[in-house]
Design a protein around this ligand. Structure first.
Ligand SMILES: [Zn+2]
Length: 233
């Protein structure tokens, strides 16, 4: 019998504590062919695990990822009830998802994460994944809107040391601030943060990211010199 790429998983809602089902991708079906300069993984086949990162509780509408903490601050559960659960019409996301389904789920998770005051690094990751999905749909405007949110959340994450204890290293966070700024056309900000990545070359073992930063930094310097040169002409 052939093994399908997806399987059902039971999740415990961290808000209402009820159980619900979600779909996950079997890791042996995840085949990354390449990564874009902001780490967007491109997959060899139609199986896209990015669509299944976030869960929606069918009972209360609370949406989250494995990066969310189980801790709810004082008054937060009540606020989620007021803002999300009271308006929630029970429906489930336990089937194969389209990009549009996944976008709905990510945006709901962003709202929930924001209310719950999740770490900036978690919110940044949600916004970045949302931007990637809009990129897949060729929707430049919304891709930029979510890259902007992600970039600003990474700046807050960096200044709060949010990445400590996560799989994101400091170099990776700074690199993403630079690269997202570059993609948003904010050149000065991009050059400033690429330089900060390069400054880490002696203390970091993430040589690949440092090389990527050097390359982007050089291209941007060259572009800047060329524009200045054209201005003189
Ligand atoms: Zn729930």
């Amino acid at each position: 019998m052939e093994i399908p790429p997806y399987y059902e998983k039971q999740i415990d809602c961290i808000h209402c504590k009820k159980k619900f089902k979600t779909i996950k991708v079997r890791s042996k079906f995840i085949k990354v062919s390449n990564n874009e300069s902001d780490f967007h993984p491109l997959y060899e086949n139609d199986v896209n695990p990015l669509l299944y990162n976030a869960f929606v509780c069918e009972h209360c509408g609370f949406s989250f990822t494995e990066d969310f903490t189980k801790y709810f601050g004082p008054g937060i559960s009540e606020e989620i009830d007021q803002k999300i659960s009271l308006h929630w019409k029970k429906h489930s996301f336990d089937k194969e998802r389209t990009i549009d389904d996944a976008l709905q789920v990510y945006k709901l998770a962003l709202v929930c994460g924001h209310i719950k005051k999740e770490k900036h690094i978690t919110l940044a990751g949600l916004a970045l994944r949302t931007a990637w999905l809009y990129r897949t749909l060729d929707n430049k405007e919304l891709e930029n809107r979510f890259m902007f949110i992600a970039r600003n959340q990474y700046i807050d994450a960096f200044s709060n040391g949010d990445h400590n204890g996560t799989s994101m290293s400091e170099v990776r966070v700074i690199y993403l601030i630079a690269e997202l700024s570059r993609r948003l056309g904010e050149r000065e900000e991009a050059i400033r943060y690429f330089s900060r990545v390069i400054e880490k070359q002696r203390s970091s073992n993430e040589t690949k990211i440092i090389e990527m930063a050097k390359e982007q930094w050089q291209t941007m310097r060259l572009e800047k010199e060329m524009t200045e040169h054209t201005k003189v002409l």
